[in-house]
Ligand binder design. Structure first.
Ligand code: UD1
Ligand code: MG
Length: 462
């Protein structure tokens, strides 16, 4: 990397718009927390900005502010609360103080996760070089529907952004779209935004309207076409999320193949952006498996259509059949077979077990030789094991059956009835101990042998 590229951008603040609800997803989860490419959308956006080393990265939060903040703050972003959410322009106005005296403001929507650092760097560079008031990252799309359109004035300069709902029939032909990624010169941005009125059916202050204000006051607004149009894709619908996820997976496979990894039928292989620090030891076969960070697969494990979250330790000699889900820090050891079951955080099944159609909570211990009897010859039945349950060795759990939180199961039990929280379940024959029985038996046996002397030994051959 040359020095100019490695340079930080202390004159710029990054503002990520992430306060909206995402009504079109029809979801209870805030839009920017939906996953694509193995991470929340906003996570990708913050990570793309980090290498720019801006003065600060600010996320505008509102809907599910706490969860969104909890996602971005560990990555190094600050947050500003926008309540209520009166539009993308309003999101900038509430962030004015946090942006402070930064000379440039790079704005990104939290729902467009495919943006690359290099593209942002180029955008900022062009903006500075041209001494523009605003530079918009755009893309030319075959199907521009759903996006605001760029109305060009001449050459590189822009007259306005027209939101889809406000397009005239002629303007529907425009296929250059607004990515909602911009670079603004702060001193020009604030006066322009002050002139924007909520002139739309949602009564929102649209950031896009600041563009025509800048243009009317004689300022330069540029458009920079993204090198790959997919970098601008926003996720307003579930179909958008799927399309963006597909692109992430494709990019990841391309990268791996460039790095020398052979991938057969690449379109069928799904790799998260960076499961780091994983170890897969010899003789293990993984098919359609998803591994979090720091997973250790010991030798000779077979994993089929299953998911192992971070810090899981598996094997040696473990088998995960389809739909097994091992949560963070779970441990599944030798000669354990798991089928269609969840093993909760930090729970352990270290040896010789069959766990099928079961849900195990967190911090539970499944003793050696525990078997879930999930099949009665006709149908499969579920087993539910709560949190902090201790299942003694050689226990048979006859499903359907539930073990409450904190329950304790005596070793060697055949459990056919639910065990309530914190109770002991014991189901086995009681031991009876007969003192001196063995010594007596031995005495009897030796007494018998004196009354019935042994057969005469065979005559020795002469
Ligand atoms: C916006 C643009 C559109 C562009 C598209 C690109 C406006 C008015 N329109 O439309 O020109 O083509 O992005 O994807 O800007 N947000 C807030 N506070 C708010 C409203 C929104 O933080 O009050 C956030 C949202 O959480 C989202 C981003 O801003 O991350 C964009 O909002 P969204 O509703 O997705 O706008 P689009 O309709 O996609
Ligand atoms: Mg959007």
């Amino acid at each position: 990397m040359d020095n100019a590229l490695a340079m930080s951008n202390h004159d710029a603040a990054v503002l990520i718009l992430a306060a909206g609800k995402g009504t079109r997803l029809k979801s209870s989860l805030a839009k920017v927390l939906h996953h694509a490419g193995g991470r929340p959308l906003i996570d990708h956006v913050v990570r793309a900005c980090l290498p720019l080393h801006p003065k600060r990265i600010i996320a505008v939060v509102g809907h599910q502010a706490e969860q969104v903040s909890a996602t971005v703050e560990p990555l190094g972003a600050e947050t500003v609360l926008q309540q209520p959410q009166n539009g993308t322009g309003h999101a900038l106005l509430v962030s004015k103080r946090a942006i402070g005296n930064a000379k440039y403001v790079i704005v990104l929507p939290g729902d467009a996760p495919l943006i690359r650092t290099e593209t942002l760097r180029t955008l900022l560079q062009k903006h500075k070089t041209a001494n523009a008031a605003a530079t918009i990252l755009t893309a030319v799309l075959a199907d521009p529907s759903g996006y605001g359109r760029i109305l060009r004035k001449s050459g590189d300069t822009v007259a306005a952004i027209i939101e889809e709902s406000q397009l005239t029939p002629d303007q529907r032909e425009l296929n250059e779209i607004n990515s909602s990624i911009y670079c603004f010169t702060a001193a020009k941005l604030w006066p322009a935004l002050a002139h924007v009125k909520p002139n739309n059916k949602h009564r929102e202050i649209y950031l896009t309207d600041a563009i025509s204000v800048l243009n009317s006051s004689g300022e330069t607004v540029l458009a920079e076409i993204a090198p790959d149009p997919r970098e601008t894709l926003g996720c307003n619908t579930r179909a958008d999320l799927a399309a963006v996820d597909r692109t992430f997976r494709e990019w990841k496979r391309d990268q791996l193949m460039r790095d020398g990894v052979t991938i057969q039928l690449p379109e069928t292989v799904l790799v998260d952006p960076d499961g780091t620090r994983c170890t897969i030891r010899t003789g293990s076969v993984l098919r359609d498996a998803t591994l979090g960070d720091g997973v250790l697969v010991e030798p000779h494990c077979v994993i089929d259509s299953s998911r192992l979250e971070s810090e899981v330790i598996l094997g040696p000699f473990a088998r995960l059949r389809p739909e097994s889900h091992l949560l963070k820090g779970a441990r599944v050891g030798n000669f354990v077979e798991i089928k269609k079951s969840t093993i909760g955080e930090g729970s352990k099944a270290p040896h010789l077990s069959y766990i099928g159609d079961a849900k195990v909570g967190s911090k539970s211990n499944i003793g050696a030789g525990t078997i879930t009897c999930n099949y009665d010859g006709f149908a499969k039945h579920p087993t539910t094991i709560g949190n902090r349950v201790f299942v003694g060795s050689d226990t048979v759990l006859v499903a359907p059956v539930k073990l409450g939180d904190g329950a304790y199961i005596a070793a060697g039990s055949v459990i056919t009835e639910n065990v309530p929280p914190d109770a002991l379940g014991i189901a086995r024959g009681r031991q009876s101990t007969k003192p001196n029985w063995a010594a007596k038996k031995r005495r009897e046996l030796s007494a018998n042998s004196t009354h019935h002397p042994k057969k005469k030994p065979h005559k020795k051959r002469r």
